[in-house]
Unconditional design. Structure first.
Length: 156
């Protein structure tokens, strides 16, 4: 009987470790809304602690990839972020035009969808990016800690 106890203890320890490895705390969420439709996504990349995104693959998030929302030309698109993003700071990145908005510290922002002059007709590729702090000057560059990827597809 004494030989069974160490084996049972070892098997229990392995089961606990495997269970913990499968648990990943969900990343904060971002919701896009337009004309009564909405989509919600968790981060594709999200760093915790003192890690930052430099290559875009350091910190896998719990999001499933690009989230799609159908939007009409000229419609208002709202972005609602979790409280954590508003506390540290976030911005909208237009991946097609390679332009970003100013860093925001609020829970909600909006813009008008404009599908003209896009590399792929009828498609806008956007990212919501979280930074580690609000910049205090033009030379204070915050570091990227999370990103959510969205694709706006023009309604026909």
């Amino acid at each position: 009987m004494p030989a069974r106890r160490p084996l049972a203890t070892a098997l229990t320890g392995i089961a606990v470790l495997l269970g913990l490895a499968g648990c990943q705390k969900p990343s904060p969420g971002v919701t896009l809304v337009s004309a009564g439709s909405s989509v919600h996504s968790q981060a594709v990349e999200f760093c915790r602690g003192a890690t930052f995104l430099t290559n875009g693959n350091e910190c896998p998030g719990t999001g499933k990839g690009v989230t799609v929302l159908q939007v009409g030309q000229g419609e208002l698109v709202g972005i609602d972020v979790d409280k954590l993003l508003a506390e540290t700071g976030w911005y909208i990145y237009d991946a097609d035009a390679q332009q970003r908005s100013a860093v925001k510290s609020k829970l909600y922002a909006s813009f008008i969808a404009d599908f003209t002059n896009r590399p792929v007709a009828g498609v806008i590729n956007l990212e919501v990016r979280e930074v580690d702090h609000q910049p205090t000057s033009n030379t204070d560059a915050p570091k990227l800690i999370g990103q959510w990827k969205f694709q706006l597809v023009q309604k026909q």
